[in-house]
Design a protein around this ligand. Structure first.
Ligand SMILES: NC(=O)c1ccc[n+]([C@@H]2O[C@H](COP(=O)([O-])OP(=O)(O)OC[C@H]3O[C@@H](n4cnc5c(N)ncnc54)[C@H](O)[C@@H]3O)[C@@H](O)[C@H]2O)c1
Ligand SMILES: [Zn+2]
Length: 365
């Protein structure tokens, strides 16, 4: 079994383990019992994950809350309230725990519920998508959408443990699987050349969902994400590099009315960041082509859909939640695994709208 311990400074219980193993699910009841001791547990999942058999071994060790329909359409406060009320109805107390089995939507909602139930109970993440295994289960961000914006309400609530069973990815839809891998490519780009080369060399095996390769990928992701989160747990500066490709990506995702999956939009955003880097003299066409070649393996169109206008993207960029004076800051790299950091040690930068405009023009479908 691969294993990693994450240290989070400034937080009372300051470390947690990430365990990675194909087939780990069947051992989880015992592992969780050993970890938490005897306590009441609420397993939060969604109907796709349940119907795929991923809570079969766990459902005996606690109550089960199934989110249905799955996905972003239910990622609202009312679902979190339903989880909390079901826990109360089952007379669960401060000694209870929540186990999230599913993708990022399940993890974000279950984590948020855990952060406020009786002023906070442990959350264990069992991520089952490429997004949640690479990204959302590590780092402690939890939350829900509002009718106005995504992830509007939430809390930082770090998990007690993360258990990654890459075997669960076997049942994930191909489009979701591929889109989630964009976060892995992002991780490699911002911090690990060896990882980037590993992805280049093994992308076909990854796409064939080979367990040993997926375990390796999960370990690389866990190391990258946890190392960045532990130097900047509350996203004051360095953690913003995790937003690489996300500034233009988020705008395209919204402009597509969420027809594009997050990772698909971020893939275009990564191309946008690469063009901006060239314009600023910190990137080059060879690197852009190298990144494009890997992204192309995921069968994701790397152009902005034809029905989206440049004006829409500008307007969304100016309303980006990380905007300062009506314009967002961009996370950029100077090379693979070399973050662009300015003289004031800032990891995100103001980019002139005209420079961003050049990138958007080149990405227009
Ligand atoms: N907290 C964070 O740091 C963080 C980071 C990235 C993304 N997110 C959030 O994560 C969410 C996206 O996560 P996601 O892409 O995992 O989406 P998701 O949870 O909606 O899962 C995608 C789809 O796959 C299904 N599914 C999940 N696991 C499956 C499996 N093993 N087999 C078959 N079907 C399965 C789900 O039911 C759903 O239909 C967004 O809400 C985003 O805001 C949070
Ligand atoms: Zn993302």
């Amino acid at each position: 079994m691969k294993s990693l311990t994450v240290q989070i400074p400034l937080i009372e219980s300051s470390s947690y383990d990430i365990k990675i193993k194909a087939g780990l699910l069947k051992d989880l009841p015992k592992i969780i019992e050993d970890k938490l001791g005897v306590c009441s547990k609420m397993i939060v999942t969604d109907s796709n994950v349940k119907n795929s058999g991923h809570i079969d071994s766990l459902s005996l060790c606690g109550e089960v809350f199934v989110i249905d329909p799955p996905g972003e359409c239910n990622k609202y406060m009312h679902t979190v309230v339903e989880i909390l009320e079901q826990m109360e109805q089952k007379t669960m107390g401060r000694d209870s725990a929540i186990i999230a089995v599913g993708g990022g939507t399940v993890g974000d909602m279950a984590g948020f519920a855990a952060s406020i139930f009786k002023r906070g109970v442990p959350i264990i993440h069992v991520p089952t998508t490429t997004v949640s295994q690479a990204d959302s289960s590590i780092g402690g961000k939890t939350g829900v959408d509002s009718s106005i914006s995504k992830n509007a309400y939430g809390a930082f609530w770090h998990p007690a443990a993360v258990f990654i069973d890459v075997e669960t990815l076997k049942t994930l839809d191909q489009r979701q699987f591929n889109a989630g891998l964009v976060e892995s490519i992002k991780h490699a780009l911002i911090s690990d050349l060896t990882y980037f080369e590993y992805l280049e060399d093994n992308i076909d095996t990854i796409l064939n969902r080979d367990n040993a390769t997926l375990e390796e990928v999960a370990l690389f992701n866990s190391k990258v994400k946890s190392s960045i989160v532990s130097i900047d747990p509350k996203e004051k500066n360095q953690r913003r590099i995790l937003n690489y490709g996300h500034t233009i990506g988020h705008a395209i995702e919204s402009a597509s009315n969420f027809e594009l999956l997050h990772g698909e939009a971020v893939a275009i955003g990564i191309m946008g960041a690469s063009i901006i880097e060239i314009e600023l003299g910190i990137g080059n066409i060879q690197r852009l082509e190298r990144v494009k070649k890997l992204l192309n393996k995921l069968s994701i169109p790397l152009k902005i859909p034809a029905n989206i206008t440049k004006e829409q993207i500008y307007s969304l960029l100016s309303r980006d939640k990380k905007s300062v004076n009506g314009w967002p800051k961009f996370a950029l790299i100077e090379d693979i695994a070399k973050v662009h950091i300015d003289a004031d040690n800032q990891w995100a930068h103001r980019v002139d709208p005209s420079v961003a405009g050049i990138a958007i023009d080149q990405l227009m479908g």
